[in-house]
Design a protein around this ligand. Sequence first.
Ligand code: RP5
Length: 278
Amino acid sequence: MSEYSFNGQTVQVSVPSKHPKSVLYCPEQYGGRAVVPNDLVPWHVPFPGYEKSRNRFTATSVIKARKRGLAHPADIRTISPDDIRSYVPLRFNAEGYPLNPVGRTGFGPETGLLWKYGANFAADPIVTWHSPNFELLYLLVVERTDGGGYALPGGMCNCEELISQTLLRELGEETALKSLNPDDAKLVYCGYVDDWRNGDHSWIETVAAHWHVEPSDTRSWKLRAGSDARTIGRLCLNTTPLSSLYANHGEIVRIALSKLAARDSRLRRAVEESLGAK
Ligand code: RP5
């Protein structure tokens, strides 16, 4: 099992056992996914004819990024396996394609909207605060412009950046919140994101870090939706089901809240209520 460290904190790298959103949903441009029954998701189960049943699609943005040397070339044979990355130990098929660590997705071998074969690295800031009486918990979210609904205000990493920089840059770009202290970040998650853009050979992995702030800290915030966000939301977690969030962001927030309750007993009831919100 691999580990990831950040700010002197360590987490195990996570790969969920299922990826329902990567199998059932996709952006319209993908033209749909091949049907993958649950028992045929794992790569070790033979699925004759599967490869040919998949739609092919590469976004124009990816083709443009290739010309600038920012995206992998289309031909997998021209890419050194060392240039294909993941927080998870990678496996490759006979043609040299990296295999999605959860299993089949019904889309590939092209990368669709993603720039890289293997993992495309993102970073997700989780920002929460409580009501003055400690009864309610709030989460800062953005409404995605791609129709994916409410999500953590994260984004893709620039290759020259440290994850700690991406977390705060994305938060600033998407919400205009720039006052959080990087040293207060609590590492919550490192691993696979069940994102609807994922494919058989290209997928998203993220590092999520949590800031929980006092209600008084939020009074000076002047939040504004950035270019990647339609609106900003302050979700009351006591009444909003975490499962309604984009990709597996709800599961990631769940981990953050459990750790929060372990650190601060005053918030245990609000956390319990939020974890059970339906
Ligand atoms: C998710 O997509 C990640 O967890 C992150 O929140 C986001 C990054 O993609 P963009 O918002 O930059 O499109 O998979």
